[in-house]
Design a protein around this ligand. Structure first.
Ligand code: BGC
Ligand code: NOJ
Length: 814
C-alpha cells in the first residue's frame, strides 16, 4: 500500500492518499511563530510557547484522530454542494488529492466537480504570522459561481486553562471586526497586550466569529450551517467560542484561476499603547495594519516563500552527501536535518502526541537536540545554551524543564534527574567544536535566573561535573536521583498510589540506587571537559578531569560489569538491575551504548562483548530494543518502566533515541557493516515500504517502534519530537560517514559498510567549504588524506590559511 512518495529534488514528501494510517504532519514556522499542520490541514498555531500562547484551538485524542484545523470550504452556489479541498472535514471523494510536505511549508490540493484548489501554508521568515494562499481554478467549460469560507477556532491563549476552565472561559471571548479583518482579543481588556488577527485579501460577502452561529446547533465542522446555506451570519462573538470565518463570493470563468490569501497572525502592542483612541477599549491597530496589507499582496507572499526556500537551501547546504544508499542521502540531506530543526524549536512540547501543555523545553532533551542542530544556525544554538544554563541551580543540578515563554525553570517538575547537568557539557562541547566560539565560556550566566548569581559559563560546566562527584553511591557509581536518561527507571519512587507521578514522587532517600549509565556519561563528559580545559591552557584542571574519568572507568569495570555486558544500575536495596541474575530486564541498551561511546572497554574485550550481546539479545529487524526480557508485571522498585505492557515504550520497546548510541559504539569498535545495518533498520525512508506496519510518517523518526513482545511489533509511535533526530543525525554524519568537527579542524574518520565503494560530502565548516571524496581501496577503516593534492599525515584537516574558502579532500580508505 502506497500513501505517497519522496520528491528529493523538491525536498518534499508527496502524500497521495488523504487517509494515511495516522495523520502525517509537518511544522510551519522556524523562529517564534509555529504551526503544526497535518496532511488534511488539521492542527494549530502558537507563538513561542504551545501552552502559554496558543492561538488556535485543537482537541487532542479525537475521533477521527485529527480534527480541527485550518479548514477552507468551497461551495458551488448553483448546485449548493460544498466540500473542503483539504479533504477534511467534509471528506468528499476528491480527485488528484495531494499534500506536499516541504521544508517549512505544506501544499494541499485536490479537485472536486472540476474545481481545482491548491492551498499553500507557511510562515514567512522573521514574521509572527502564517499565510494560507488558496489558488482556485475552474477546470470546467462553464462559468461557476462559488463561495469560499475560511475557518479557524481561536484558543483563549493558555491552552491548559482553555481546555478546562469553562465556567470562566464561556464568558470571556471577545473579537473586533474592522475592514474585513477579524481580531481575536480575549483578555486584551485586562492584562494581555497581544491579540490575534485573521485577514483575507478579498472583499467579503460576510463573516462569522461566533462558533455556534457559524456551525448551527448540533452540527460539526463537516457541515457548518453558514456554508450549507451559502451565507455568513456576520456574527460577533461575545463569550462562548470565538472563531474566524470569512466568506468570499467568486465568479470563475472556464479555465480561470483566482488567488485568495488569508493571513493569521499574532501581534503585541506596547502596554501604554494598547488602545486607540487611548481612552477606548478598541485595539490599537496602527502597528498591525501595514503588516496585514503587506502580506495580503501575492507578490510579497511569493517573495516570502522564495526566501523560505533559499533559507532551507542554505541551511541544508551545510552538509550534503552522496552515498550508494538513497535512504541515507535523503535523510541526511533533507529530512533528518529538517527534523533536527523541529526538535530544536519545539523540544518535546507540541506534536500530535505531545499536547503542548505538559512539557516545555527539557534540559536533557534540548542539550541533546544541539548535537543535530548546532551547525545549522549556531547563533540560535548559542542563545539556547545560555537559556539552559541560566536555569541551572547553584548545586550544579538543573531544572528538568523550563517554559520557553518565560525561560524559567518549571517548579512542578523540579530537578534531581541526576544525568541532566552532564548533558550541558556535551551540548556546549558540540557548540565549541562547530563554531570555535570560545567566548561563550566567559559569558556570565546566572544560576536559577537569579540576578547577581552570574558566573562564567565555564564554571557552570565545572559544577555540572562536580554534581555527579558529589553524589556517588555505595559502589562509587553515580546516584540516579529521580531517574537518569530513562525517565521510567524510577529506582527511588516506590509508587503504589494510582495516578502518582513516577517522575516526581520520590519515596526513598535516594542514597543507594546507582546508575551505570550516568557513570558512562560521566566518563564521556569528563573527557570532553578535559579537552575544553586543555584548549584553554588549564592543564592542571584538564588532568584532574582525566583522572576523574579514569577512576569512574575503573569503577564501571569493577562494579558495573556483568560478565557479558554492562550492568544498568543498582536499585534501592543494592540489588543489580540489568544483570544475568535478574529474572527480567537482564540486559539494557543504554549502558552498552554510552559506556562504549565513552571509550570504556575499547582497549580490551569488554566493548566487543557488550556489543555482541546487544546484537544477540536486543537487536530485531525493526531496531534494537531497550532491554530484554520485557517486564511482565509491575515492580514497585523499578517504577514506570514496568508499568507499560511488554514491547511498548521504555518496557522493551525499540526506543529509537538510543539506537544511535550503539551505532556510534559499533563505529568506534570499527564495525561499519553492523553500524550501517542498525542505521537502516530504523531509517524512516527505508521503512517506507512497510508503511502499513510502520504507520507513522516515512520522512521523520518516531520516538518508538514496538518491540518484539508487543502484538504490533514494528509499529512506530510518537513521531517527530524525539532525541532520535539529533542522535541519528550525529551518528550517520559524524561517525558512519565520519565527518567530525574537532578543536583542531575537521576530522575525517569514516566507518562505512565494506561493500560501499566510497561517497562524497560537501561540508561547510567555520566558513570553509570542504569537498570530500572518499574512495575505498581495501576493506578496512584506515585512511589517507590528500588535501588539495598534497598527502597529509593523520585524519584531521588543518584549518586553511585565512581567505581560503574551498578545500578539496581526497580520502583513501583501506
Ligand atoms: C514516558 C517517557 C517520558 C516521560 C516524560 C513517560 O511516561 O514514557 O518517555 O520521557 O513520560 O515525563
Ligand atoms: C522522552 C524524554 O523526553 C527523554 O528526556 C527521555 O530521555 C526519554 N523519554 C527516555 O525515557
Amino acid at each position: 500500500m502506497s500513501y505517497g512518495h519522496f520528491d528529493d529534488k523538491k525536498r518534499e514528501y508527496i502524500i497521495t492518499k488523504p487517509d494515511t494510517p495516522l495523520p502525517w504532519i509537518n511544522y510551519i514556522g522556524c523562529e517564534e511563530y509555529f504551526g503544526i499542520i497535518s496532511n488534511t490541514a488539521g492542527g494549530y498555531s502558537f507563538y513561542r510557547d504551545a501552552r502559554l500562547r496558543r492561538l488556535t484551538r485543537y482537541r487532542y485524542n479525537n475521533a477521527p484522530f485529527d480534527f480541527g484545523g485550518r479548514y477552507i470550504y468551497i461551495r458551488d452556489n448553483s448546485s449548493r454542494i460544498f466540500w473542503s479541498p483539504s479533504w477534511q472535514p467534509t471528506r468528499h471523494d476528491a480527485e488528484n488529492y495531494s499534500c506536499r510536505q516541504g521544508m517549512g511549508y505544506s501544499i494541499i490540493s485536490s479537485t472536486f466537480k472540476s474545481i481545482r484548489a491548491e492551498t499553500l501554508y507557511f510562515v514567512p521568515l522573521g514574521e509572527n504570522l502564517e499565510i494560507w494562499q488558496l489558488s482556485i481554478t475552474n477546470q470546467s467549460k462553464k462559468t461557476r459561481q462559488l463561495s469560499v469560507f475560511s475557518s479557524i477556532e481561536f484558543c483563549l491563549w493558555d491552552a491548559q486553562d482553555d481546555a478546562t476552565n469553562f465556567q470562566r472561559n464561556f464568558n470571556t471571548g471577545q473579537v473586533e471586526i474592522e475592514d474585513g479583518v477579524i481580531y481575536h482579543k480575549t483578555e486584551y481588556r485586562e492584562r494581555r497586550d497581544h491579540f490575534a488577527y485573521f485577514a483575507c485579501s478579498e472583499k467579503l460577502a460576510g463573516y462569522d466569529t461566533q462558533r455556534d452561529v457559524f456551525l448551527g446547533a448540533y452540527r460539526g465542522w463537516n457541515a457548518p450551517i453558514a456554508v450549507e446555506r451559502g451565507r455568513s451570519f456576520n456574527s460577533v462573538a461575545h463569550g462562548w467560542a470565538p472563531i474566524g470565518s470569512h466568506h468570499v463570493k467568486l465568479n470563475l470563468k472556464a479555465g480561470e484561476t483566482r488567488i485568495i490569501t488569508f493571513v493569521l497572525g499574532y501581534q503585541e502592542n506596547p502596554k501604554d499603547k494598547k488602545f486607540d483612541p487611548p481612552d477606548s477599549q478598541t485595539i490599537n491597530k496602527q502597528t498591525v495594519r501595514p503588516l496585514i496589507k503587506k502580506y495580503l499582496n501575492p507578490i510579497t507572499v511569493r517573495t516570502a516563500f522564495d526566501s523560505l526556500r533559499s533559507y532551507w537551501e542554505k541551511v541544508l547546504g551545510i552538509y550534503q552527501v552522496q552515498t550508494p544508499n538513497k535512504h541515507t542521502d535523503r535523510m541526511v540531506n533533507i529530512w533528518n536535518a529538517y527534523q533536527c530543526m523541529a526538535t530544536f524549536n519545539i523540544s518535546r512540547s507540541a506534536s500530535f502526541y505531545e499536547s503542548g501543555i505538559g512539557r516545555g523545553l527539557g534540559f536533557r532533551d534540548s542539550n541533546q537536540d544541539l548535537l543535530g542542530f548546532v551547525h545549522m544556525v549556531p547563533e540560535r544554538a548559542r542563545e539556547r545554551i545560555i537559556d539552559l544554563a541560566s536555569t541551572q541551580l547553584e548545586t550544579g543540578g538543573a531544572y528538568h524543564q523550563y517554559q520557553p515563554l518565560t525561560k524559567r525553570g518549571n517548579n512542578d517538575i523540579g530537578s534531581d534527574f541526576n544525568d541532566d547537568p552532564l548533558w550541558l557539557i556535551i551540548g556546549v562541547a558540540a557548540y565549541l567544536k562547530e563554531t570555535g566560539d570560545w567566548s561563550i565560556l566567559d559569558t556570565p550566566v546566572p544560576y536559577d535566573n537569579k540576578s547577581g548569581s552570574e558566573k562564567p559559563l565555564y564554571e557552570h560546566l565545572e559544577r555540572s561535573l562536580k554534581y555527579t562527584l558529589d553524589r556517588l553511591g555505595p559502589h562509587g557509581l553515580p546516584l540516579i536521583g529521580r531517574a537518569d536518561w530513562n525517565d521510567c527507571l524510577n529506582l527511588n519512587c516506590f509508587s503504589d498510589t494510582p495516578g502518582q507521578s513516577f517522575q516526581t514522587t520520590t519515596n526513598k532517600e535516594g542514597k543507594v540506587a546507582e546508575s551505570v549509565f550516568i557513570a558512562g556519561m560521566f566518563v564521556f563528559a569528563a573527557r570532553e571537559l578535559a579537552d575544553i580545559a586543555e584548549q584553554r591552557g588549564l592543564n592542571t584542571e584538564a588532568d584532574s578531569y582525566c583522572q576523574a574519568a579514569e577512576q569512574m572507568d575503573n569503577t564501571v569495570r569493577v562494579h558495573g560489569w556483568d560478565g557479558e555486558w554492562f550492568l544498568r544500575a543498582y536499585d534501592d536495596f543494592g540489588n543489580k538491575v540489568g544483570s544475568k541474575e535478574c529474572k527480567e530486564g537482564k540486559i539494557f541498551i543504554e549502558p552498552q551504548g554510552f559506556c562504549v561511546l565513552a571509550g570504556i572497554g575499547l582497549k580490551d574485550e569488554l566493548a566487543k562483548k557488550a556489543l555482541d550481546s546487544v546484537y544477540k539479545i536486543l537487536a530485531t529487524p525493526h531496531g534494537i530494543m531497550l532491554h530484554q526480557p520485557a517486564f511482565s508485571q509491575y515492580y514497585l522498585n523499578l517504577g514506570e518502566i514496568s508499568s507499560y505492557p511488554p514491547g511498548y515504550k521504555e518496557n522493551s520497546g525499540i526506543f529509537c533515541h538510543n539506537n544511535p548510541w550503539i551505532i556510534i559504539a559499533e563505529t568506534m569498535a570499527g564495525n561499519g557493516d553492523r553500524a550501517f545495518d542498525y542505521y537502516l533498520r530504523i531509517n524512516p525512508s527505508a521503512r517506507e515500504k512497510i508503511g502499513k506496519l510502520h504507520r507513522c510518517e516515512p520522512y521523520v523518526y518516531a520516538q518508538m517502534i514496538a518491540g518484539k513482545d508487543a502484538p504490533a511489533h514494528g509499529e512506530a509511535k510518537n513521531s517527530w519530537l524525539t532525541g532520535t533526530a539529533a542522535w541519528n543525525y550525529f551518528a550517520i554524519t559524524q561517525y558512519i560517514l565520519g565527518i567530525r568537527p574537532t578543536y583542531k579542524g575537521l576530522m575525517i574518520a569514516p566507518v562505512i559498510p565494506s561493500e560501499w565503494e566510497g561517497f562524497s560530502v560537501n561540508r561547510i565548516f567555520q566558513g570553509v567549504q570542504y569537498n570530500v571524496t572518499v574512495k575505498r581501496e581495501g576493506k578496512g577503516n584506515k585512511i589517507e588524506l590528500i588535501i588539495d593534492g598534497i598527502r597529509h599525515q593523520g585524519n584531521i584537516i588543518p584549518k586553511p590559511p585565512f581567505g581560503v574558502t574551498q578545500v578539496a579532500v581526497q580520502v583513501l580508505l583501506s
